[in-house]
Design a protein around this ligand. Structure first.
Ligand code: GLC
Length: 547
C-alpha cells in the first residue's frame, strides 16, 4: 500500500537521505550492509522525517570503486540481496511515504560488464570495441597512451590491452568509459531507466553526468589536469554541449511515467549557469550544487552562494539543491573542525596523517556543522543528506592502512587516502556488537562511534539526531513556497532570511555571540542548533523562528 502524496513536484523541496548500502545496515550478518537491512530500518527513516532515500549503487560489482563499477545495470549484487528484496524495499518505503531514488552510472561500466568482456575478446576495429573508447597508442610501436589525460583516481586514463590497443577510463582501470556516440549505448540506458522505473523507483541520481560526451577527434587534445574546466562547452572531456541531447532523451523516457520520474545530475561543473543546464525541466530537473560543500563556514560565502544559486535556479525553472556531505567527501563536522583557512590540500594532508595533525577542534566542527545544516534546511530547494550526518558522525581519519579500499589510495601510490573514512558502517546501538550494524563491518568502526549511536541520541533533547528530526518535521510547514527575503543584520557575522510564510532563519557564523537584529523576537525560536538563545545569537549557531 502506498501512502505517497500525489504531488508530482515532490522533489522540488524534498529532503533526500543518501544510503550507501554496504555501510547502512547489515541484515544477514556478513559484514556488508544490504537491501533487507534498508527495509528493516524503514521505521527509523520514517521517524527521521525524510521525503526520499537515494541508494548508491547496489548492482553486481567487483567493488573496484565501491560499486560505481557496475557489472550488470539491471540486477542486484547477491551480497546485497535480490530483485525481490529490492521490490520489498520499495514497497516498504512507499508504505512509509518515502520515495526511492537509485544511482545510475552511465559514464563507464565495470571491466566485468558483458560488453567490455566481449570487446576484450574481439579484434581492434570490431563492433564490440566500438561501444567503448579503444585507440591505438602513440610512439613508434604504439607504446605511449593516445593522450596525456590523467584519471581521477591517479595514474593515466588509458590502459593497454594485450593486442596493443588502449582503452579510456577516466576513473579506475576497472571502469572503462562508454562511447556515448554509439546508439546501442544510448538505447541500453533507456532500457535500464525503464527497468527500474517499472519497478516503482521514483527518481534517478546520474553519476558524473557531465562526462558522457568527449571530443575523440584525432589527434586527441591535451588535458593534463582534469579539474580545470572551461565555461563554454569546448573542454575535450567535460560539460560538452552535446551531452544535453542525451539528457533530453532521458527526459522523454522519464516522462513516459505518471508522475514523471525525477532525476538529479552529479555534475561537478563550477559554473552555476552551465550546471543548471542539466537541471532544466527539459532534462533532468535538478543538478547537485556543491558550492556550499566547498565553501568555508563563513557568513559572506554562505549568503552569496545561496543568493546566486537560488536566483539562477529560479531563472532556469529548476529547483536548487544543497548538500554538505556525501560518500565522496570528508564529513562536514570534520571539515569544519580544521583550522580556519585550511585548503583541500590541508584536508588531504590531515587524512594522510591519520587525523593527528593539524589538531582539530571537534566540538567546534560539530557546532558549525549543525548550524550549517539548519541554515541549509531552511532554504528553498532540496536538501541531500548523507547517512550518519544525523548522528553527528565525524570522518574516521585513522582507518588502518590495511583496511583501505578506495582506488584513490592504490592509484596514487598511497599518497591520497581517499574516501573510506566517510563510508564506515553506521552505529545503531552503543551496547550491541558492531554497534548494531550486523556482522563484523567491512571497514572497522572506531570506539568513539558508540557515543554517536542512534540509540543513545534517541529521545535526548539537543542531540544531533533529535535536531535533525525536529528540523525535518518543521520543514513541512516551512517549505510552502520557493522564495525568501534576505534581511539585514547589524553584524557581518549574521545571515538572516525570512520565508514568505513568516518563518525566519538566523545564523551567527562567528565564534562569539552576536547581537540580535532589531525586531527579532526570541520567544518565536522553535529550534536552535546550539545553546538556547537568551538575549543574543550564540556563537556558531542557527535559530529557526516560527511565524
Ligand atoms: C561519482 C561517484 C563516485 C565515483 C565516481 C565514478 O563521482 O560519486 O563515488 O567514484 O563517480 O563513478
Amino acid at each position: 500500500m502506498s501512502t505517497l502524496s500525489p504531488d508530482s513536484a515532490w522533489w522540488r523541496q524534498a529532503a533526500v537521505y543518501q544510503i550507501y548500502p554496504r555501510s547502512f545496515s547489515d541484515a544477514n550478518g556478513d559484514g556488508m550492509g544490504d537491501l533487507p537491512g534498508v527495509t528493516a530500518r524503514m521505521g527509523y527513516l520514517s521517524a527521521l522525517g525524510i521525503d526520499a532515500i537515494w541508494l548508491s549503487p547496489f548492482y553486481p560489482s567487483a567493488l573496484a570503486d565501491g560499486g560505481y563499477d557496475v557489472d550488470d545495470y539491471r540486477n542486484v549484487d547477491p551480497r546485497l540481496g535480490s530483485l525481490s528484496d529490492f521490490n520489498a524495499m520499495v514497497s516498504a518505503a512507499h508504505a512509509s511515504g518515502i520515495r526511492v531514488i537509485v544511482d545510475i552510472v552511465p559514464n563507464h561500466s565495470s571491466n566485468r560488464h558483458e560488453w567490455f568482456q566481449a570487446a576484450l575478446a574481439s579484434a581492434p576495429g570490431s563492433p564490440e570495441r566500438a561501444r567503448y573508447h579503444f585507440l591505438d597508442g602513440l610512439g613508434a610501436d604504439g607504446e605511449l597512451p593516445p593522450s596525456d589525460w590523467p584519471s581521477h583516481f591517479g595514474g593515466p586514463a588509458w590502459t593497454r590491452v594485450p593486442d596493443g590497443q588502449w582503452y579510456l577510463h577516466l576513473f579506475a582501470t576497472e571502469q572503462p568509459d562508454f562511447n556515448w556516440d554509439h546508439p546501442e549505448v544510448r538505447e541500453d540506458f533507456h532500457t535500464t531507466l525503464r527497468f527500474w522505473a517499472d519497478r516503482g523507483v521514483d527518481g534517478f541520481r546520474v553519476d558524473v553526468a557531465h562526462a558522457l560526451i568527449k571530443d575523440m577527434s584525432l589527434p586527441l587534445r591535451s588535458k593534463p589536469a582534469l579539474e580545470i574546466l572551461v565555461d563554454d562547452g569546448t573542454d575535450p572531456l567535460f560539460d560538452r554541449d552535446e551531452v544535453h541531447e542525451v539528457f533530453a532523451g532521458w527526459r522523454s523516457v522519464l516522462n513516459e511515467y505518471d508522475p514523471p520520474k525525477a532525476a538529479v545530475a552529479e555534475a561537478w561543473v563550477p559554473f552555476t549557469n552551465r550546471r543548471l543546464k542539466y537541471a532544466r525541466p527539459t532534462e533532468l530537473g535538478q543538478a547537485f550544487n556543491f558550492d556550499l560543500l566547498q565553501a568555508p563556514f563563513s557568513a559572506v560565502e554562505f549568503r552569496s552562494i545561496a543568493e546566486k544559486c537560488l536566483s539562477e535556479a529560479d531563472a532556469s525553472g529548476a529547483s536548487s539543491t544543497w548538500v554538505f556531505s556525501n560518500h565522496d567527501v570528508v564529513r562536514h563536522p570534520s571539515r569544519y573542525a580544521l583550522p580556519d583557512g585550511s585548503t583541500l590540500a590541508d584536508l588531504e594532508a590531515w587524512l594522510l596523517a591519520d587525523g593527528a595533525t593539524p589538531v582539530v577542534d571537534l566540538a567546534r566542527g560539530l557546532r558549525r556543522a549543525r548550524a550549517a545544516t539548519l541554515f541549509m534546511l531552511g532554504l528553498p530547494g532540496s536538501a541531500y543528506l548523507y547517512q550518519g550526518e544525523e548522528l553527528g558522525l565525524f570522518e574516521v581519519a585513522d582507518l588502518p592502512a590495511s583496511s583501505l579500499q578506495d582506488p584513490t589510495w592504490f592509484r596514487t601510490g598511497n599518497k591520497v587516502k581517499g574516501r573510506d573514512g566517510c563510508r564506515v558502517p553506521l552505529p545503531w546501538s552503543a551496547s550491541t556488537a558492531n554497534f548494531g550494524f550486523g556482522g563484523t563491518p567491512w571497514l572497522p568502526q572506531p570506539e568513539w562511534f558508540g557515543e554517536h549511536a542512534a540509540d543513545v541520541q534517541d529521545g535526548v533533547a539537543g542531540s544531533t539526531l533529535e535536531m535533525y528530526r525536529a528540523a525535518l518535521k518543521l520543514r513541512g510547514t516551512l517549505q510552502t513556497s520557493e522564495s525568501l527575503e534576505w534581511l539585514s543584520s547589524p553584524g557581518a557575522s549574521v545571515v538572516h532570511y525570512r520565508r514568505p510564510n513568516g518563518w525566519e532563519v538566523l545564523t551567527n557564523f562567528a565564534a562569539v555571540p552576536a547581537a540580535l537584529p532589531a525586531g527579532v523576537d526570541l520567544s518565536k525560536v522553535v529550534l536552535s542548533s546550539g545553546a538556547p538563545a537568551t538575549e543574543s545569537i550564540p556563537a556558531e549557531t542557527t535559530l529557526w523562528l516560527a511565524p
